[in-house]
Design a binder for this molecule. Structure first.
Ligand SMILES: Cc1cc2nc3c(=O)[nH]c(=O)nc-3n(C[C@H](O)[C@H](O)[C@H](O)COP(=O)(O)OP(=O)(O)OC[C@H]3O[C@@H](n4cnc5c(N)ncnc54)[C@H](O)[C@@H]3O)c2cc1C
Length: 477
């Protein structure tokens, strides 16, 4: 598939996922012709179910939307300022989710598809790129994600002379709401928090006694798991997406301090008894007919999953729209292989974006697609766009991908692991706040909150300056 646009200044984007869709949009909005190549439905991945661009393969959450206190919320805000299609489609398709931004997955992907298909500068070309992109494609963004088709992954690995790095993620089950017993479960958001589009009662909560929790943990440990193939046995998990049974293996109480923590919730069916543990389910579609089990990603076999999850009070008769599963992840050793503009050092016509670069998550992947699109658009114009400042969420994430790693005896980049955006990736404040606006001293946790808020304010101010001083100048070149 080569597309029909003129080859000289056309950018080819491979993969219409979160990153590729955003990259194509940014290029087109900057006045550059784009051919966006997508292999689905001709060839599907292990996780995608549709042919639609920007399909969300697991959770329907873009996580916290709190730009003042949370790093991913800040990344949302920055992307909105940069005209992100992914954020626009997410905002237009919100479902209630406490403090999080969650979306109706079909509505979200349909909105992205409509925008891409309706843009006069974008041509959506269906078909797998089954090796290195043709040599006459002078500017390419590879955004083929964690489940990149094998022939392309192998061609890139050969080109970089690297042994592909890989690890496992697991996906959580989805339940039909009308099969949940609401005489045992109840609606409530933790601490009754009202988030974007939320009511303060957005999650379904299933309470457990100590005896039920003990039996549940024992069943998880004993349940039959998906077998590893020989080459997979030494592949580590990504810590942010640990299977529930692996968390249970780490300690009997681990789940009670993680996804099953019983805090900020009161059981209206029996307010006098404090549950020992609580399972939460979050709305998964706009209709409110499907709910996903929060933090319940798993590699248990399907039979044991149904059996064990139906021991949760309220889920005794649960019907599952999708069961949990395991998937591989593919990412580059980016600090070594990519330059600051996300180009492959050995073949700079190839730029990378999305999860392949070693970020983790829908929002992070889309944000790296966004900046890759801006870099490529500037390059087509003969301009050089400097990266956003490291004090911004986007700049901090880019810093993680293209550098900033711990020197080890094995070299500077051996510590590289995929990462969600977090305040730990930001440079420290010149002076940490010590007082409230009224002059009184900040105490304990107030200091942490004030520090995050100061970092967020600094980020948005620095991003605005970068937009005015660099992005607008590159766009006008
Ligand atoms: C099973 C699973 C569960 C996940 N769960 C979550 C989650 O709950 N929350 C979260 O924030 N993140 C999750 N992630 C992580 C990740 O952020 C998402 O996968 C995200 O979609 C990555 O965006 P991307 O654009 O890099 O890749 P993708 O969105 O996967 O897009 C890549 C696209 O490239 C296409 N493609 C691949 N190879 C080729 C080829 N050779 N030619 C043409 N097209 C090709 C694919 O079909 C796909 O459409 C999960 C990942 C997986 C695999």
């Amino acid at each position: 598939m080569t597309g029909t646009k003129s080859p000289s200044n056309t950018v080819h984007v491979v993969g219409a996922g979160l990153a590729g869709s955003e990259a194509a949009w940014q290029l087109a909005e900057a006045g550059v012709d784009v051919v966006l190549h997508e292999m689905r439905p001709d060839r599907m991945t292990e996780a995608h179910r549709t042919a639609t661009p920007a399909e969300l393969v697991c959770s329907n959450s873009f996580r916290s939307d709190d730009a003042a206190n949370n790093a991913v919320g800040l990344l949302h805000a920055e992307m909105r300022r940069l005209g992100s299609l992914i954020m626009r489609a997410a905002d237009a398709n919100q479902v209630p989710a406490g403090g999080a931004l969650a979306v109706d997955r079909d509505g979200f992907s349909a909105a992205v598809a409509a925008a891409l298909e309706g843009h006069p500068r974008i041509e959506l070309s269906r078909g797998e790129i089954s090796g290195l992109p043709p040599v006459d494609w002078s500017s390419v963004i590879v955004a083929t994600g964690p489940l990149t088709a094998q022939p392309l992954a192998e061609a890139i690995r050969d080109l970089t002379d690297e042994t592909a790095l890989a690890f496992f993620d697991a996906i959580a089950p989805i339940v039909h709401k009308d099969t949940i017993d609401m005489s045992k479960a109840w609606f409530q958001s933790r601490y009754d928090k009202v988030g974007p589009g939320g009511t303060g009662a957005d999650y379904i909560n299933c309470p457990m006694t100590k005896e039920q929790y003990d039996a549940f943990v024992a069943a998880l440990l004993a349940g039959e798991k998906t077998d590893f193939k020989e080459w997979e046995t030494n592949t580590p998990y990504f810590d942010g997406c640990l299977p529930i049974e692996v968390m249970a293996e780490r300690g009997h109480e681990t789940l009670r301090h993680g996804p099953m923590k019983p805090v900020g919730l009161t059981n209206p069916h029996d307010p006098t008894v404090k549950p020992y543990a609580i399972v939460q389910l979050r709305q998964d579609n706009k209709l409110g007919t499907l709910y996903n089990m929060v933090g319940f990603q798993t590699k248990l076999k399907y039979g044991p999953q149904q059996q064990i999850f139906r021991t949760i009070p309220g889920l005794e008769n649960a019907e599952f729209a999708r069961l949990g599963g395991l998937h591989r992840n593919t990412f580059l050793n980016s600090p070594k292989l990519l330059d600051q503009q996300l180009r492959l050092r050995v073949q700079p016509r190839l730029r990378f974006a999305g999860q392949m670069t070693g970020c983790e998550g829908y929002v992070e992947s889309a944000s790296i697609g966004l900046i890759a699109g801006l870099y490529a658009a500037a390059e087509v114009r003969g301009a050089n766009l400097l990266p956003p400042p490291p004090t911004t969420a986007l700049g901090a994430l880019l810093g993680h991908i293209t550098g900033g790693h711990i020197e080890t005896v094995d070299g500077p980049t051996r510590s590289f692991q995929p990462m969600n955006i977090n305040f730990g990736l930001f440079p420290p404040l010149a002076t940490a706040p010590t007082r409230k606006p009224d002059g009184t001293r900040l105490k304990g946790n107030e200091k942490t909150i004030a520090k995050k808020q100061a970092m967020s304010a600094r980020a948005l101010a620095d991003l605005d300056r970068w937009i005015a001083e660099h992005l607008r100048v590159a766009a006008a070149a």
